[in-house]
Design a protein around this ligand. Structure first.
Ligand code: FE2
Ligand code: ZN
Length: 414
């Protein structure tokens, strides 16, 4: 069955509250009259794509009825009873927006879960190919969407070129850690701009110390959680300092299977993550961020769509008395799975290596490393999930125009 046939109308029948469309591939869709009337995209009604809409729901009938309708394989035309308003719907558009249970399930993006076995062949791209070819770039973005991460080899090893990788992922996010200005001078001299992992005298950020870090999500204290993180290695550590990754969705799947009650507790119990920065930058206000969300986010279909685990940032637990001990128990059981070596992959990052991962799904950490003369230098940037998906939609729309819009996981925001 070709894609072509899938989007051709074979027959349409009018029911009490909507039209039933029979498609040339045998599929069936039902569209309510109110849905169709609301979705009219004529010049008068406008479009939800740009939000310029003349149509007002409170000014159209609660139960619009068609006066008459006609169709051919490529479109449906309806004139509405009340005012004779005429709406035309392209067949492809209708099929792409069919809201049957089957069609909605098909449009929903399904992550590919993984454990330590992915280490044999982790998703890896070459920077030059991704930069030169839009289809490689799309493949890279789709891989991050499917697996939650990918490695990029041969990424710019110089600060002033770092933006070339970031902009392929999406618009860069700037937090209170600062705008990572792409000048060598600022980059190499300012610790706020560059995570220079040497042995600092006073430690206010674990990224600056050499001990091993358990897999975690970054910045769980933000209400707008960090989305896609991009590491770029300018100077690797000579010994140790391997990066570790864990698929938080696979950890949650195992957790749900082994400890269903604890899973439900962590999916429904709000926990506060916090960070106090008394003076994070010269001449700026101190910061004290707090955000209260569950550790595991499930969507309306009960699928896991977001993970927010960082035990170092959990603020004093503030819950009803009888929930405190069971919540600790649930967190401990989840962490046992998150830190299980069966889930962790570990690999060295070389100069010029990039690592892109979804911070609302994949946890990252690193093994301990030695103090060296030239400090390990890893540049960290992020792109919000909304900008990552925006980039993905635009590129996909250009290269795969036949595919309907997919429903991607919204992470910690459901
Ligand atoms: Fe981190
Ligand atoms: Zn209209």
């Amino acid at each position: 069955m070709t894609e072509h046939v899938r989007k051709k109308i074979q027959e349409i029948s009018q029911g009490q509250d909507g039209f039933t469309v029979g498609w040339c591939d045998g599929g069936v869709s039902h569209f309510h009259f109110i849905w169709l009337r609301h979705q009219c995209e004529c010049g008068e009604c406008g479009s939800s794509l740009n939000g310029v809409r003349g149509l007002r729901l409170d000014l159209i009938p609660e139960r619009p009825k068609p006066r008459e309708y006609s169709f051919d394989p490529d479109r449906l035309r309806v004139s509405w009873e009340e005012d004779g308003h005429i709406s035309t719907y392209e067949a492809k558009w209708l099929r792409d927006h069919c809201y049957s249970a089957e069609a909605r399930a098909q449009r929903k993006h399904r992550p590919v879960l993984w454990d330590k076995r992915i280490a044999a062949d982790p998703p890896t791209f070459k920077f030059s190919e991704v930069e030169d070819s839009a289809s490689s770039r799309l493949q890279m973005l789709e891989t991050v969407c499917d697996y939650g991460f990918c490695k990029v080899e041969g990424a710019p090893g110089l600060a002033d070129e770092a933006g070339r990788l970031i902009q392929m992922v999406g618009a860069k996010r700037i937090t209170h850690y600062g705008d990572f200005e792409l000048s060598n001078k600022r980059m190499s001299n300012t610790s706020a701009d560059m995570a220079t992992l040497t042995d600092k005298k006073s430690i206010n950020n674990v990224g600056d110390i050499r001990q091993a870090l358990q897999p975690h999500c970054d910045e769980t204290y933000r209400t707008s959680t960090i989305g896609i993180t991009i590491f770029q290695v300018f100077e690797p550590s000579a010994e140790g300092g391997h990066s570790t990754l864990v698929d938080g969705f696979e950890a949650a799947r195992r957790f749900r299977e082994i400890y269903p009650e604890d899973f439900n507790r962590l999916a429904s119990t709000p926990l506060t993550g916090q960070r106090f920065d008394p003076k994070h930058a010269e001449g700026e206000l101190p910061r004290w961020y707090r955000c209260t969300l569950p550790m595991i986010r499930i969507d309306d279909d009960q699928d896991v769509c977001g993970i927010r685990v960082n035990e170092r940032q959990i603020a004093p637990i503030d819950l009803p008395h009888d929930q405190v001990v069971p919540t600790y128990q649930a967190i401990r059981n989840f962490l046992k799975i998150v830190y299980d070596p069966d889930l962790i992959i570990s690999f060295p990052l070389k100069k010029g290596d990039g690592l892109i991962f979804n911070n609302q799904r994949v946890l990252h950490g690193r093994t301990a490393f030695k103090l060296e003369e030239r400090g390990r230098q890893v540049l960290t940037n992020s792109v919000d999930l909304e900008d990552f998906y925006s980039n993905l939609r635009i590129l996909k729309g250009r290269l795969k125009p036949q595919e309907p819009i997919q429903a991607y996981s919204q992470g910690m925001v459901t």
